[in-house]
Design a protein around this ligand. Structure first.
Ligand code: CA
Length: 225
């Protein structure tokens, strides 16, 4: 999951980057609303954490602009403004959730998890692909009633593919998600994990398709192999 964090308080920003990285999210951070809009044009994000009081523009204007063409992208607003009117204005402009400063970092993390679950799993806690089932709450993958025993990397990889079933997940995102101590995984190492995982899931009517030059895509197959 790729998060865009737009926050000009450097202490808060660094704290958020830290806690979100630890949870396995990749974070791109900026303090500028204008730069955030440029990033949104250039890159794919899964969620935005947006401060309203930015040095160069009002966060609500960022929200208005991005809602014009990114209708479905979940947005969590951070603000020191805590009046009911501001909250209503944020929701009206298309924010999905709203957190008033000061807040607990753990609370923010929980809200982000919940928002991602809500937006990408169609409110379902369990995502099914073929005979595979991902429990998005505890990150476990099952087949029928049994837990599928995978390495930590294989499990993390299958989770991001299942969360984006039918969509191409790019190599960069996989590399960041499977990074060890902040070191992104090399292409050939990714291919090794993909190859192993593909074999493991084939009996369960699921396949990882390589989309040349773009990345990988998880799809259901008619029959287990
Ligand atoms: Ca601010």
């Amino acid at each position: 999951m790729n998060i865009l964090l737009v926050e000009d308080d450097s202490v808060l920003r660094d704290g958020l980057i830290n806690i979100l990285n630890t949870s396995g999210y990749h974070v791109t951070a900026t303090e500028s609303g204008a730069y955030a809009l440029r990033l949104l044009d250039a890159e794919d994000f899964d969620l935005i954490v947006l401060d309203l009081g930015l040095p160069d523009m009002d966060g609500l204007d960022v929200l208005r602009r991005l809602r014009k063409d990114k209708i479905a992208l979940p947005v969590l607003i951070l603000t020191a403004r805590d009046t009911v009117n501001d909250r209503i204005e944020g929701i009206n402009q298309g924010a999905d959730d709203y957190l008033t400063k000061p807040f607990d970092l753990g609370e923010l993390e929980a809200r982000i998890h919940a928002l991602i679950r809500r937006c990408y799993a169609g409110f379902n806690q369990i995502i099914k692909v073929g005979q595979l089932q991902l429990d998005t709450q505890n990150h476990q993958i099952f087949t029928q009633d049994k837990t599928l025993t995978l390495s930590i990397r294989e499990n993390a990889l299958l989770e991001i593919l299942m969360l984006q079933t039918g969509k191409v997940v790019c190599k960069e995102r996989i590399s960041q998600r499977l990074a060890v101590d902040g070191d992104a995984l090399a292409d050939n190492a990714i291919e090794v994990v993909i190859h192993r995982l593909r074999k493991r899931i084939q009996p369960y009517q699921a396949n990882i398709r390589t989309v040349r030059g773009l990345g990988y895509l998880l799809e259901e197959t008619e029959h287990g192999v």
